[in-house]
Design a protein around this ligand. Structure first.
Ligand SMILES: Nc1ncnc2c1ncn2[C@@H]1O[C@H](COP(=O)(O)OP(=O)(O)OP(=O)(O)O)[C@@H](O)[C@H]1O
Ligand SMILES: [Mg+2]
Length: 1078
């Protein structure tokens, strides 16, 4: 649903000055200030928009804002320039009424900005399409071009428009833009040659010098340095916040969009450059023979460059600055120019050149933006014209400007009243005459054809004889003296004779906006706006086509001896045309106000605003608007807004809106003289009545809000309560269900327990009964079996012998044994004595038999095994057995000897020829021959010896030669000592006192120690004449070396020389043998 709003909503101060109560200048300004402080820069006076310059950018011109104001009624939203633009555009489009938007205000008040906002709003809301967008773009881009050439920095405004501008934007029947026409008024051309302190020349000069490329400047024969040009003021050449170089690019781009050809742009720039060059021309006096001074150009370089630029012959121009030709009828008189006249001519040329260039630009733009169709167009005119000017020193320009403003004020009053009157007639309301000040009398003072000031000025300018500003003033003094708005010291009216605020060379006009004092100096000159014909002819001779166009009067073929129309005349004519144009249109006013002189945001200077309010005639404006009825509103929105104030109309009124409003006002007891019923609108005479309605509405809205709040709260609480109730029922239901479920489960499990107990009891009872029944049956069976047995035995006793049971038993045992043996036969282990396997026993009672059979079988297979032995092998096994008895589990070397066969002769003593002699020395059969190590007693080192063992003796011989070293009868041997470890050391201990003992015991070492000792021991065992040799196994034993007893000690350790056994003599008493640990 569309939200209905009103201007009256959320107002800061009052949005429409018509509603101000009480109306006075103070309340008016206070309202403006209040709104300005809240950034509300727009305020209405009826349909007029007052715009305060915020001097800062506000976020109120966004695309969203455009949408907000689009197609909304003027008073529907808070005041905005968009509301005015929308209203104007919609009236134009929908009601086919041509519109004009008149923007006035003093310099810097924001007129140009306002005109741009209006144009951009219209551009945003009107139709779209490729062609339309091009037109829009061209219309919008004409602004930067005109601003560059027609705007300048002044003390009041950094971008002050130095010309008046009126632009007609043309639309087709759909409201799409077709094109436009721009009119320009009175460019301030004096600025070209001279600028007041703190001001600049037109922007384009600075933009060209800052922004053009080096190449362009070279072509234009220009230097980037501003100080090189006399026409450019230097004290404010750069302006804060203005980037001239960037602006130049924007202007060039805009010219391109608008449709300027490249050579046209070039020509325009050449003319701008020519103006700069012109300013640099300086003159010096040169005496002529006729006694007159004649001016000469000092430095001709600038002249030369300028002539090259414009394609003029230098001598022609030079002459034009030295002579002046006056033509009268058929005569031509040439007079020389003195230096002052030459300077005057130079400046006049510069001013004309520039102002004509500007007019040409406007025409050229018009050519581009001209509507292409001839069909009827709807027109919206935007007038951005200088506001009323009251300076300390007011001259011809201010006079002209103020005249224009008088005219605008006149049509404003006329149109406002006219519109008001029209509305009253339209609405059928009686028209009462309104008292207001009509400034037609002032306009008449200025523009009257017979005795108006402008007519007087023209008359004076055209009059033959000496004409000065003073003669002009004299004329005014005589002609206008009686006029009540004209004041002069010299006038016949004696009351100003003593008025020292009115100097002798001035006159004063009481404008509608205040009194303005004009100094007459320069009036005649400026009105004449004279350019010597020689100069225009020189210009016409230029090659450059544009300059030729600008000075058509220079064409010798069209010499016109008539004086050109004066500036005043031209202006009056163009203002006349403008006024006519405006009168055909529906006016929309934007009144711009400047809040301070400092171009600063947030500062509101009361006196300055008050001054503007006065001369803009805003109070007058409000009064006119309030003269009849202050406020009017269509019946529908009025009823919609206030219907809540009456029971009959609230909430809905069924019937025509007008009747509703009537009922409403009657009910509210509003006095009848306070309002009038129009055809479509209600007219309220006094703002007080409106505020009464508003206040009532506010109270009513509060009550309604309370009511809505109450109902809403009630509804909310009720809904909440119902929800709680519903929830409670759900929760209770769930809880009950849960409780019942639990109870049921308890009952169920109890029932199950009881049931199981009963079932158990029953089952047990049944079991008991069944068991009893079974026992009874078994007892019966047993009894019957016994009984049957007894019966059978009794019957068959006679057939059995007394030992039948034993037989059966024996038979059974026999069968079992038979089965056992047969099974054993099949599973017998192998015949190998080392096979440890034996079949498992089948019957527990045969355990003893089974083990015994195993033992017997083993003994038998060992016997079988032994029976296969030869004598030799038998002896060998006997030796092995003896070795085992001697050393098993006693010496660590033993296990390694088990696998070695005891060969006996390892050196092959009988076969080896080396030992033939040794063999022959030995009488008995050699039982063992091997190489052993004889341990040196002194150092423990071993020396190889042949060790021979016979039944009677043992011999040690040299290994190499076979020479006998020692021969010991076995009878002399008392014992043999060996260690428990894996070494091969053995000591042969000799009986004390024997012949062999003289040298001491032998300490030998052999890998075959086990075999040697076993054989030695067995010799003793088998010989009847000898005692068995003692075998002493110990890790520490004594050995007799000659006289000494040396202890041989075996230790476990890691000898340095690898795995071998190391023997070392530690001291006289100790020989240490370290044996590697196993
Ligand atoms: N609505 C606005 N929002 C922000 N700044 C503004 C607005 N209106 C004006 N200004 C500021 O004020 C400056 C002067 O405005 P503008 O040029 O429109 O004045 P003007 O009335 O056209 O003056 P002149 O008569 O000298 O041409 C602008 O350059 C801009 O900085
Ligand atoms: Mg402006």
């Amino acid at each position: 649903m569309e939200v209905k709003t009103s201007l009256l909503d959320n107002m800061i101060g009052v949005g429409d000055m018509v509603l101000i109560e009480p109306l006075s200048e103070d309340t008016f300004i206070e309202n403006l200030r209040k709104r300005f402080d809240h950034n509300e820069i727009y305020t209405y006076i009826g349909s007029v928009v007052i715009s305060m310059n915020p001097y800062k950018s506000l976020p109120i011109y966004t695309a969203e804002k455009v949408e907000e104001y689009r197609n909304r009624n003027f008073y529907e939203l808070s005041p905005h320039i968009y509301a005015l633009a929308d209203e104007a555009y919609r009236s134009l489009r929908d009601q086919d009424k041509d519109q004009c938007i008149l923007i006035t205000g003093e310099s810097g008040a924001g007129k140009t900005e306002a005109s741009k906002f209006v144009m951009s709003y219209v551009a945003a809301v009107c139709g779209k399409g490729q062609e339309v967008n091009k037109v829009k773009e061209q219309l919008l881009q004409s602004n930067p071009v005109l601003e560059a050439f027609g705007n300048a920095k002044t003390v009041r405004n950094d971008n002050s428009s130095r010309f008046g501008k009126y632009m007609d934007i043309e639309f087709d029947f759909k409201g799409d833009p077709l094109g436009g026409v721009i009119s320009n008024y009175l460019l301030e051309k004096s600025r070209v040659v001279k600028q007041p302190r703190g001001e600049r020349n037109f922007h384009i000069f600075y933009q060209l010098l800052s922004g053009a490329s080096d190449d362009t400047l070279q072509k234009l024969k220009l230097d980037r340095d501003f100080s090189k040009y006399n026409y450019l003021s230097l004290d404010s050449a750069t302006v804060n916040g203005l980037d001239d170089a960037a602006s130049f690019r924007t202007v060039r781009n805009a010219m391109q969009i608008v449709g300027f050809m490249e050579d046209e742009v070039q020509s325009v720039l050449e003319l701008v450059a020519a103006v700069l060059k012109l300013g640099n021309l300086e003159f010096k006096p040169e005496s002529r023979c006729n006694g007159f001074d004649e001016s000469r150009i000092k430095d001709k370089n600038d002249l030369k460059e300028m002539c090259e630029l414009l394609g003029i012959e230098q001598s022609v121009l030079e002459r034009a600055f030295s002579y002046r030709t006056v033509e009268a009828k058929m005569e031509k008189v040439s007079t020389t120019l003195n230096v002052a006249q030459a300077y005057y001519a130079r400046d006049a040329l510069a001013k004309n050149l520039y102002s004509r260039l500007f007019s040409w630009l406007v025409n050229r733009i018009n050519e581009s933006i001209k509507a292409q169709t001839k069909s009827r167009k709807k027109v919206m005119g935007v007038l951005d014209i200088y506001g009323f000017e009251i300076f300390e020193d007011n001259s011809f320009e201010q006079f002209i400007i103020n005249y224009c403003n008088e005219k605008l004020q006149q049509i404003f009053i006329e149109l406002t009243l006219h519109e008001e009157q029209e509305e009253y007639i339209r609405e059928g309301i009686e028209w009462t005459n309104i008292e207001y000040f009509n400034n037609a009398i002032i306009c008449d003072l200025i523009e009257n054809n017979k005795n108006g000031i402008l007519a007087m000025l023209d008359e004076e300018c055209l009059r033959p004889g000496t004409v000065t500003d003073e003669t002009f003033l004299d004329k005014l003094n005589t002609v206008c003296a009686e006029h009540q708005h004209f004041e002069s010291r010299q006038s016949k009216n004696s009351k100003f004779l003593t008025d020292h605020s009115l100097p002798h060379n001035c006159f004063r006009i009481q404008h509608y906006a205040g009194k303005v004092l004009y100094r007459v100096e320069g009036f005649v000159d400026k009105n004449n706006d004279l350019l010597y014909r020689d100069l225009s002819q020189a210009m016409y001779k230029a090659n450059q086509s544009l300059i030729k166009i600008l000075f058509p009067e220079g064409n010798p073929a069209k010499v016109n001896l008539k004086r050109p129309p004066t500036a005043g005349f031209q202006f009056r004519a163009s203002v006349g045309t403008l006024m006519k144009n405006l009168l055909t249109k529906n006016p929309n006013y934007i009144r711009c106000i400047k809040p301070n002189d400092k171009k600063a945001a947030h500062i509101f200077t009361d006196s300055l605003v008050c001054h503007q309010v006065r001369y803009l005639g805003l109070m007058e404006n409000v009064r006119v608007r309030r003269a009849g009825y202050a406020f009017r509103q269509a019946y529908e929105p009025c009823l919609e807004r206030y219907k809540m104030l009456c029971k009959q109309t609230w909430p809905h009124w069924k019937g025509p809106a007008r009747e509703g409003v009537e009922v409403l006002l009657k009910n509210l007891q509003v006095p009848a003289e306070e309002f009038a019923y129009g055809r479509s609108k209600i007219f309220i005479r006094n703002p007080r009545t409106l505020f009464f309605l508003e206040e009532k509405r506010r109270q009513c809205l509060e009550d309604l809000a309370t009511l809505i709040q109450k109902i809403y709260r009630g509804w909310k609480s009720r809904t909440h309560f119902l929800l709680l109730k519903k929830s409670q029922v759900v929760v209770a239901a769930w809880y009950r269900r849960f409780a019942q479920q639990k109870k049921y489960q308890n009952i169920r499990s109890s029932a199950l327990v009881v049931q199981s107990f009963i079932r158990g009891w029953k089952a047990r009872k049944l079991l008991r009964e069944l068991k009893h029944k079974k026992r009874c049956e078994e007892a019966v069976t047993t009894i019957s079996a016994y009984w049957h047995g007894t019966q059978v035995r009794r019957d068959y006793r006679k057939f059995f012998r007394a030992n039948a049971g034993k037989k059966i038993y024996d038979f059974t045992i026999q069968r079992i044994m038979q089965k056992y043996f047969m099974g054993l036969k099949k599973t017998m282990p192998s015949m190998s004595p080392v096979d440890k396997s034996w079949p498992a026993r089948p019957y527990g009672f045969l355990d003893g038999t089974h083990q015994e059979l195993r033992r017997v079988f083993h003994l038998w297979r060992c016997k079988k095994y032994r029976s296969q032995f030869t004598e030799e092998k038998k002896a060998t096994y006997e030796e092995k057995l003896a070795a085992s008895e001697l050393f098993k589990d006693k010496k660590a070397l033993y296990p390694s000897s088990v696998g070695q066969p005891f060969k006996g002769d390892y050196v092959e003593i009988t076969k080896n020829p080396k030992y033939q002699k040794l063999n022959s020395l030995v009488e008995d059969k050699v039982l063992l021959a091997d190489v052993v190590s004889k341990i040196n007693r002194a150092n423990g080192k071993g020396a190889p010896r042949i060790f021979l063992l016979t039944k009677k003796s043992l011999v040690l011989a040299d290994q190499k030669t076979g020479q006998v070293k020692a021969s010991v009868p076995l009878l002399d041997l008392s014992s043999v000592s060996v260690s428990t470890q894996s070494d091969g050391f053995f000591a042969l201990k000799l009986k004390e006192g024997s012949t062999s003992a003289a040298k001491g015991d032998f300490l030998l070492s052999s890998d075959r120690l086990i075999e040697i000792i076993t054989k030695l021991h067995r010799i003793g065992a088998t010989s009847a004449d000898r005692n068995q040799i003692n075998i002493d196994i110990s890790d520490e034993f004594l050995v007799q070396f000659k006289q000494d007893k040396v202890c041989v000690k075996f230790i476990q350790g890691t000898p340095k020389n690898g795995n071998g056994v190391a023997c070392k003599r530690k001291n006289n008493r100790l020989l240490e043998v370290s044996v590697p640990s196993p």
